[in-house]
Write a protein that binds this ligand. Structure first.
Ligand SMILES: Cc1cc2nc3c(=O)[nH]c(=O)nc-3n(C[C@H](O)[C@H](O)[C@H](O)COP(=O)(O)O)c2cc1C
Length: 187
């Protein structure tokens, strides 16, 4: 790598936001420019996903990346709460595998994959992208539709679909901190 490239990469690395800023600025992004998301960014986001904690270190997850415009359109048409998919550059279906989870438990698989999903949302924010958790599990109809459309086997739980794209800037983070939700020492 040339010295010029090296300093550019270092500058980019420094421009990434610190952890608290990313956490507090994360928001559900539902408005996208339509610009595609680079493969490098998708891989970075999935590196973050797989860094999530998991019960008994079992990592019972698979991530299905969908980038084809026609497929994103079909998913958008079939999922009432995920209409923004048609404008996202890509989306990730987070799949929970009970058979690979701690104690073969579907509940653990879902908990672990929820941790991975939050990491996806945070990594997207850190990279200047936008993302939103759209529901699949536990709605049987949505799970059935996604299974059929994407060929997901019965033993795999499609947890959520996360559209990822370049934000238009319309969606803003909210301050949800509320001291009333904190109990100290005893309930
Ligand atoms: C389990 C779960 C299911 C959700 N389902 C959807 C959904 O189907 N469509 C959607 O647009 N947002 C969905 N969301 C996003 C929430 O609406 C959003 O997180 C909430 O309104 C708070 O806004 P914020 O993420 O910007 O802080 C879901 C979030 C979670 C955690």
């Amino acid at each position: 790598m040339s010295r010029y490239m090296y300093s550019f990469v270092m500058m980019e690395a420094k421009l990434k936001k610190d952890a608290m800023t990313v956490i507090l600025q994360r928001k559900s992004v539902r408005n996208f420019t339509g610009k595609p998301v680079s493969r490098a960014d998708v891989l970075e986001i999935l590196r973050a996903a797989m860094a999530a904690p998991a019960a008994v270190h079992m990592m019972p997850w698979k991530f299905l990346v969908i980038t084809e415009k026609a497929e994103l359109e079909r998913l958008s048409a079939g999922l009432p709460y995920a209409k923004m998919l048609s404008k996202a550059g890509t989306c990730i279906l987070v799949c929970a595998l009970p058979g690979e989870a701690a104690f073969g438990s579907g509940e653990f698989a879902i908990l672990d994959c929820s941790c991975a999903s939050e990491n996806i949302l945070l990594a997207a924010e850190a990279l200047g992208l936008g993302a939103v958790w759209t529901a699949v599990y536990p709605n049987k109809n949505l799970m059935g539709f996604v299974r059929k459309e994407l060929g997901i086997p019965e033993e795999v739980i499609p947890l959520n679909l996360i559209p990822i794209g370049h934000p238009t800037g319309e969606d803003k983070a909210q301050d949800k901190f509320d001291e009333k939700n904190i109990h100290w020492e005893k309930w």
